[in-house]
Design a binder for this molecule. Structure first.
Ligand code: BG6
Length: 507
């Protein structure tokens, strides 16, 4: 157990900017959708609870629904009651709801934008200043380009005296070509510094802490390379299935849904060179270098480095669940993967030859996201007859938030017997406080104008460049994904891509 050094101040607060973001209005396109209800609106409520919203703040929901302001406030209040991480404080909720209004309209229709303009002007008048504007595109991806073009056409994309920013949800394209085309449309209207492409994994405390541990401690850097590291393993298991999103998921699959964005970001944070400063561009430039150094997969040798799987019927958490093909709205002929395992290589001086294993799946036995770094074995084992297991550093991203280092230790007694033990740093124990939700952090950063935890145009293109050859190989193959029963750790064939001596960690 590692004890944190005690500070007089709350250590959680020490790294946070305590000033509220500048006065702003947040416009959520898709303000009645699933993501808004489950994540965004509860995140905003929790910011209100912490006094972390701007002093002058307005929230405008835009969606097709036939609602007035009052109707939208009711919807928002219900969503917050249901999904907020904290129980609702009626006073905070009432004050928060009083900042909210609604514009009903289709994202492709002029009317919505014509109605939005006076609404935003009225909010400025009421605040007595030009409020910063943040437009959050929480819509189906096919609307991203159109909404931004409409904002431009209606003079809403920029103005003097206040900042305008646009947050874009995932997925940003489904191939590199699509990402390039969407970037071109977006950047035809906005400057890159106005664009905030969201990847909610970057908002997780444990993901940001990866950089803190790597770059604020002298301990790790000397061993953080091919000379000392045997392999890296990134796992994101999910016990959930489709959660009613078959329409989206069947056209996406696990590779696009989780690997292209979230898991590549984890890989980048683990593998990047130390940035010169902790500013948005320095950090993102280092991540792009990692992505560009990933050896492109040869589609003809896909079987050696990639496995795709699909869950069949099984039991998860004691409940019987359907197989993927039996799920409502999944076509019988679907070949969509719900599991992916990959072996990637980052071809740089630091990492050449080190396998980066990535694994993710739906309907896995439990939810678990972690990065395990396995060190090379000691060069000489002087402990006759005893196996010495290599050291392992495990960053547990969720649901447990901790970091552990596996060491070999002597078992008490007269002999020299060894056993692996762990040294743990647990967030709950060290900081005595629950981590905020990723969206709380990300919305705050966008309101403040800090794009460090958002994906830059060249970064998202470089991510897709890693995915494209895999997608090409899978599209041209007639094989179906390998089956695995729901509630297990994925298909047995995932072992195929491991190098001799490596093994998957238990989930
Ligand atoms: C989303 C994916 O981006 O991330 C979902 O679309 C997935 O399919 C989710 O369930 C996982 O996020 P988290 O924060 O629960 O790990």
């Amino acid at each position: 157990m590692i004890h944190d050094v005690q500070h007089d101040e709350n250590p959680l607060g020490a790294g946070l900017d305590q000033l509220p973001p500048p006065s702003s209005v947040l416009v959520i396109f898709g303000g009645t959708g699933n993501l808004s209800k489950r994540k965004l609106l509860p995140a905003l409520y929790n910011l209100a609870h912490d006094g972390a919203l701007p002093e002058r703040f307005g929230l405008v929901g835009v969606a097709m629904d036939d609602l007035d302001d009052e109707g939208y406030r009711t919807l928002v209040g219900e969503a917050i009651q249901k999904y907020s991480r904290r129980p609702c404080d009626p006073l905070v909720l009432e004050t928060f709801l009083s900042t909210i209004s609604f514009v009903s309209g289709g994202f492709e229709e002029e009317d919505a934008y014509q109605a939005l303009e006076p609404r935003l002007a009225a909010l400025d008048d009421r605040a007595g200043q030009a409020l910063n504007r943040v437009f959050y595109l929480s819509t189906a991806p096919r609307f991203f380009g159109t909404i931004i073009e409409q904002l431009g056409a209606h003079g809403l994309s920029d103005r003097s005296g206040a900042d305008t920013r646009v947050i874009i949800e995932k997925p940003f394209g489904t191939t590199k070509q699509e990402a390039l085309a969407l970037n071109a449309r977006v950047l035809n209207v906005l400057r890159e510094e106005q664009v905030y492409r969201i990847d909610h994994y970057l908002g997780k405390e444990t993901v940001q802490n990866l950089l803190a541990l790597r770059f604020a401690n002298g301990l790790f850097e000397p061993i953080w390379n091919r000379n000392h590291i045997q392999s890296v393993q990134i796992t994101a298991g999910e016990s959930v299935g489709l959660e009613g999103r078959a329409g989206y998921y069947d056209t996406s699959g696990a590779l696009r849904d989780l690997v292209q964005n979230h898991l590549l970001q984890l890989l980048c944070n683990l593998a990047m060179e130390p940035p010169t400063t902790f500013t948005a561009d320095d950090i993102r430039t280092e991540k792009v270098k990692v992505l560009r150094a990933i050896t492109p997969i040869d589609p003809d040798r896909i079987e050696e480095v990639a496995v795709r799987g699909r869950y069949g019927p099984g039991t998860v958490g004691g409940e019987d669940v359907l197989g993927y093909l039996e799920e409502p709205d999944v076509p019988e002929t679907s070949t969509t993967e719900t599991f992916v395992a990959l072996r990637l290589e980052v071809d740089t001086w630091r990492w050449a030859g080190v396998p980066f294993y990535i694994r993710t799946g739906k309907r896995i036995s439990r939810k678990l996201t972690e990065i395990a770094v396995t060190l090379r074995p000691v060069p000489h084992n002087a402990f006759d007859g005893t196996t010495v297991e290599p050291n392992q550093i495990v960053f547990s991203i969720q649901p447990d938030e901790h970091v552990s280092i596996k060491l070999a230790a002597k078992v008490p007694g007269s002999g020299m017997n060894l056993r692996p033990v762990t040294m743990d740093f647990s967030y709950g124990t060290a900081f005595l406080s629950a981590s905020p939700e990723a969206y709380e952090r990300l919305v705050t950063d966008a309101l403040r104008g800090d794009a460090t935890l958002f994906t830059r145009a060249d970064e998202v293109e470089a991510q897709w460049a890693v995915m494209d050859p895999i997608l090409t190989a899978w599209t041209r193959s007639s094989a179906s994904p390998d089956d695995y029963p729901a509630g297990t750790s994925g298909p047995k064939s995932a072992r195929r891509i491991l190098l001799p001596g490596d093994r998957w960690r238990a989930i």
